[in-house]
Design a protein around this ligand. Structure first.
Ligand code: ATP
Ligand code: MG
Length: 393
């Protein structure tokens, strides 16, 4: 029955003079999402609305799924587009629509009309009342409820007439890339893919960096991170993933620094290297999946020490005040959970101390790091020089 979708956006409607930039970005994102689907589509944006129209055969479910993954949309409505052939014809089509769309005709409804052109012979109230009357005549078990109806039959009169009643919730947020770009520290865990997703949802293009420690971490652990990047790229668009060999740095820290500070110092080096690639890629901040108090390295004191390692960019932690269960629920929703829980060793879990410091002091950490001076610089440079880049899509 449907050959078109009406897409409604929320927040970008208030961007004043820049509004058209956001609309163009949104159209581009919708077109990009539709490239995954069999079928030929045209995407247009007349008067504050986006329409997707299929030309010929197309896969309805996949199309719906694709547009549902676009940031910036708040509602997705499969719509029947009609030519204006007068009221009688419209009334017949509306009844036909209800006949096909609803198996059981025993719900409450109202008709909501909007008139985008004032030359239509009936005004919105009159049109809604007349159509409502015709619907009741055709389906005697339906009831009108204007306050809390089960079904709203929407009729929008413009160049063409749009008829719809199914409304799917969109992801919200802002179109991709309209807010700039950031570097995500992506591990194989549950949190960081969710963090990347949430930031991308605010219109940020995501680059990513992953630290591994071969041979202590496996090829499978690395592939898992590539898989996670691929899953979120469904929403975020292509991701440039830097894969950094962290083994020698980690071993050197293990050699030279107190064991209970290993994780914090390691984390500080990850941040420094991430910042290096971020500046190279033109990113405006770092993003991590940290959340207050989740583990020893994420106490307020630990976060302060990690933060201090980054000198030129802000560190964004979108999950900072989320509970673990909330993060898990979100990862289930976006489809990363099953991959995140695959049990491969992460470089943070090898050599980890039994009793890591939970209240590190920055001056002490910095003093202990001095043992690395003269030895770590070359390893740091080598880690940067030998990093691999994978474009994930
Ligand atoms: P996650 O589920 O994201 O792995 P976690 O609970 O395991 O989080 P930590 O291991 O303490 O937390 O890591 C905190 C954050 O540091 C991660 O969310 C991620 O942003 C970053 N991080 C940790 N390990 C790595 C890694 N190997 N490569 C890149 N980033 C990492
Ligand atoms: Mg982790």
């Amino acid at each position: 029955m449907y050959h078109a979708f009406l897409l409604k956006y929320g927040e970008i409607g208030v961007k004043g003079k820049n509004r058209y930039l956001f609309e163009e970005a949104l159209v581009r994102d919708v077109e990009r999402a539709l490239r995954r689907v069999d079928g030929k589509f045209s995407v247009t944006r007349p008067n504050g609305r986006i329409y997707v129209e299929a030309e010929g055969e197309f896969d309805y479910e996949n199309t719906l799924d694709a547009v549902k993954s676009v940031f910036g949309l708040v509602q997705i409505c499969p719509v029947v587009l009609l030519e204006d052939n007068g009221y009688e014809d419209l009334s017949k089509k509306v009844i036909d629509f209800i006949e096909k769309e609803y198996d059981k005709k025993d719900f409450t409804f109202k008709v909501a009309c909007r008139r985008g052109r004032k030359d239509y012979p009936k005004d919105s109230m009159e049109l809604a009342a007349d159509l409502g009357g015709d619907i009741l005549d055709a389906f005697p078990d339906l009831k009108v409820d204007v306050h809390n109806p089960d079904v709203i039959i929407h009729v929008e009169i413009r160049e063409k007439i749009s008829l719809y009643s199914k409304v799917y919730e969109g992801l919200g947020g802002l179109p991709l890339g309209t807010s700039g770009r950031a570097m995500l520290l992506l591990s194989g865990g549950i949190d960081s893919p969710v963090a990347g997703y949430r930031v991308a949802r605010r219109g940020v293009t995501i680059d990513a960096v992953y630290f591994h420690a071969p041979p202590y971490t496996s090829e499978r652990a690395k592939n898992k991170v590539v898989d996670l990047a691929r899953i979120i790229s469904k929403y975020t668009g292509p991701i440039r993933l830097h894969i950094v060999n962290f083994t020698d740095i980690q071993m050197k820290i293990l050699d030279c620094c107190p064991h209970d500070e290993l994780t914090i110092i390691m984390r500080r080096y990850m941040m420094k290297i991430a910042e290096h690639f971020a500046l190279e890629d033109g990113d405006m901040g770092l993003v991590t999946g940290e959340s207050i108090g989740q583990v020893a390295s994420q106490t307020m004191q630990s976060l302060a020490c990690t933060d201090a390692a980054v000198t030129k960019l802000p560190v964004y932690r979108p999950l900072i005040a989320w509970d673990k269960q909330e993060i898990i629920d979100e990862s289930l929703k976006i489809g990363t959970y099953e991959t995140s829980i695959l049990p491969y060793q992460d470089c943070c879990t090898i050599f980890v101390a039994k009793h890591p410091v939970t209240k590190p002091k920055l001056d002490i950490i910095e003093a202990d790091e001095r043992a690395l001076v003269g030895q770590i610089e070359e390893l740091y440079q080598t880690a940067i020089d030998t990093a691999e880049v994978v474009e994930v899509e």
